[in-house]
Design a protein around this ligand. Structure first.
Ligand code: EPU
Length: 343
């Protein structure tokens, strides 16, 4: 085990925020994790688990131990005689590389989740989702290390308690469980999900594809093209994707809002008495799209995305996020919840 002191984290967070961690360790396996946790226990250090750092905002130097998950490996096992395939990937694998690896091997389902930044281990934490698909639809099992019980456990889909951008890993078990690997149930069938309207339009109008004949590869290509046109590449412009969740409000409240704002877009949720409102729309109406304040700002194409123009600090971004929350609250009475983890 190697524990490093005073490590610069600017390359390990997609906002490219300059900050450091008092202690830092790369974790390649359970033995390494146990040793690092022993080290932290002896010195009474707090720990945080870091994947690709694509959903985290550091607002100060971290005084504890950063456990940087680097476990690698992908195993493909056929589930049964059907076209279902179980794919087990270690937590440190890059998510998009897993998506491309599966697609190249004729294993389908993840196409809509192409280009989501981050690691496989981070995917269940916020139940990553895009273009009509959420991770929970494919999740078979997660292997975790329980820091309190000091043992490896497996959790099935139910135990993860998934919801929109939410799971047990973000709530009750926050900072308790370290995800070691994720097993997904995918398919060799070429069935696709083109339910998301913007995806459907892009396939039909821009790619001139007939929806009934669309292939997983075409969905993958469309999702990559849409994302690249709307979302900044963190390597070029520091960001963490959507900074806020899309708020979920009651249908009743939505009706009231709509009487005041007739153009308010509304999306269905799993329950009939609640609807989802695109936070990007609320923020754009509030005048945030493309605004630059000092070294930070709001992306030109997507008001949900906060960006660091290079020299921005975590506190500047946090201040901007708070100002955005306040203006949406004042205009619509809606509280935007951060999706990004703020340290
Ligand atoms: N919109 C605006 N102005 C904006 C942005 C959005 O008016 O600046 C409105 C438009 O009406 C648009 C609608 O919002 O039709 C939806 O926009 P978009 O398709 O870009 O999706 P989103 O709801 O803003 C969510 C996810 C994204 C995911 C996309 C596509 C959340 C918090 N974000 O964004 O996820 O890629 O859907 O499925 O749910 C991420 O989590 O980091 C992320 C990028």
């Amino acid at each position: 085990m190697s524990i490093q002191r005073n490590v610069d984290l600017s390359c390990f967070n997609s906002f490219n925020i300059s900050c450091s961690s008092s202690y830092y360790s790369e974790i390649y396996n359970v033995a390494g994790l146990e040793n690092a946790l022993d080290f932290a226990r002896q010195r009474k250090l707090e720990c945080i688990i870091l994947g690709a750092g694509s959903n985290i905002l550091f607002t100060c130097d971290y005084q504890g131990l950063v456990l940087h998950i680097k476990c690698l490996g992908i195993d493909i096992e056929s589930a049964d005689g059907s076209d279902k395939v179980l794919v087990k990937a270690a937590a440190g694998e890059n998510w998009h590389q897993l998506v491309t690896y599966c697609l190249a091997g004729g294993i389908h389902g993840l196409e809509n989740l192409a280009l989501i930044p981050g690691t496989v281990g981070a995917a269940p934490i916020q139940n990553i989702g895009a273009y009509g698909v959420e991770l929970e639809q494919f999740l078979h099992q997660v292997t975790v290390y329980d820091m309190q019980r000091q043992q490896v456990l497996t959790m099935n889909q139910d135990a993860c308690e998934f919801a929109y951008r939410d799971s047990v890993f973000k709530r009750e078990q926050r900072n308790q469980l370290v995800i070691l690997d994720v097993t997904l149930c995918l398919s060799r069938s070429t069935e696709t999900n083109t339910s998301y309207q913007a995806l459907q339009q892009f396939l039909e109008q821009t790619m001139a594809v007939e929806l009934a004949k669309v292939t997983p590869r075409q969905v993958f290509d469309a999702v990559c093209l849409i994302r690249r046109s709307k979302l900044p590449d963190p390597k070029q412009l520091g960001n963490a994707g959507s900074f806020f969740k899309n708020p979920i409000i009651s249908r009743q409240r939505c009706q009231l809002l709509r009487s005041q704002f007739p153009n308010l877009p509304v999306y269905p949720t799993a329950t009939t008495d609640e609807v989802k409102i695109p936070a990007g729309w609320l923020l754009e109406q509030a005048g945030w799209k493309g605004r630059k304040i000092g070294n930070v700002g709001v992306h030109q194409e997507q008001s949900l995305v906060l960006v660091n123009y290079g020299q921005g600090t975590g506190l500047e971004l946090l201040e901007l996020a708070r100002a955005m929350q306040e203006s949406v609250s004042a205009l619509y009475g809606i509280d935007l919840e951060a999706e990004v983890r703020v340290i």
